[in-house]
Design a binder for this molecule. Structure first.
Ligand code: CP
Length: 304
């Protein structure tokens, strides 16, 4: 049985197959509209979500399947002290596949070990968010035609941002990728990622000012400073508006640079940028549904 815990659970060849399938679904939705008839997806979300939960549910419904689940730990028996392991044993009796989000790092792995159905990590604390990474990679591949030969800037909360950690791990497997990490001192990329990049001899630089480097980027991945990951409200307030991407900064960027963002955004991208053809973050949301449809079919072994 297959689970998805990190983007590295798929080889690059398997990812190509997944993305080809996602592009096929995008082009021929009717071909797949009954593919999951009789199958049930459980969405177990112990932490808030709009995109990930609803895109999973939309994906399963568009495949002809059904969905059940909870969107708040407080409305589940977790509020009575039930463990993740026991919960997934119940969910395994009610459904065929489960997407789980949990504030604690490693929770999806704990669930996978006790599960008799495929478990998809839909975000575990500040650790990993593999289906966001699949979304990001499919967006880049679909809009740029490749996943190699890029200078990518990652900007904002690089310390707690699980989407950033997952994306870096996924991109190091492609040729000629150069990273530019743009963050305040307090929100720098964790040391274990820096060590991994040094070991693999992947070029990177760390800067504080976006304006200094934006003209060198092929892709700019903006992220939100996450209030929920701070222990101290004062630190959050001091850092929350550190970066605001606006028209003036976009004027310094390449004409074909893409702006990505996992969303939700708060203030880090001014709404005036939304009309810029380089703003790809709402298109990214659509790719998130196609790639989750492809993932459900793959993990349920329904690809023929
Ligand atoms: N990108 C993302 O994970 O969004 P949600 O928190 O709304 O699911």
């Amino acid at each position: 049985m297959k689970h998805l815990m990190t983007p590295l659970d798929f080889t690059t060849t398997q990812l190509e197959q997944l993305f080809d399938l996602a592009n096929d679904i995008e082009a021929n939705p009717d071909k797949f509209s009954h593919a999951c008839e009789g199958k049930i997806l459980a969405t177990c979300f112990y932490e808030p979500s709009t995109r990930t939960r609803l895109s999973f549910e939309s994906a399963m419904l568009q495949l002809g399947g059904q969905v059940l689940g909870f969107s708040d730990a407080g409305s589940s028996s977790a509020a009575k002290g039930e463990s993740v392991s026991d919960t997934i044993r119940m969910i395994s009796c009610y459904s065929h596949i489960c997407a789980m989000r949990h504030p604690k790092e490693g929770s999806a792995m704990v669930a996978a070990m006790a599960s008799s159905i495929p478990v998809i990590n839909a975000g575990d604390g500040g650790h990993q968010h593999p289906t966001q990474t699949l979304t990001d990679l499919l967006t880049i591949r679909s809009l740029k035609g490749r996943l190699n030969n890029f200078t990518i800037g990652l900007c904002g909360d690089l310390k707690f941002g699980r989407t950033v950690h997952s994306l870096i791990h996924a991109l190091v497997r492609y040729e000629n990728i150069r990273f530019v990490f743009i963050s305040p001192e307090e929100l720098k990329v964790p040391d274990y990622i820096i060590e991994m990049l040094r070991e693999k001899q992947i070029p990177f630089e760390e800067v504080i000012r976006l304006e200094e480097v934006i003209s060198s980027l092929d892709l700019l991945y903006m992220t939100r400073v996450q209030r929920e990951r701070f222990f101290n409200e004062q630190d959050y307030v001091r850092l929350k508006d550190f970066y605001i991407l606006n028209k003036e900064k976009m004027a310094l960027a390449k004409e074909d640079m893409l702006v990505l963002h996992p969303l939700p955004r708060v203030n880090e991208i001014s709404v005036e940028v939304d009309e810029d053809p380089r703003a790809a973050y709402f298109r990214q949301v659509k790719y998130g549904v196609y790639v989750r449809m492809a993932l459900i079919l793959t993990l349920l072994d329904l690809v023929h």
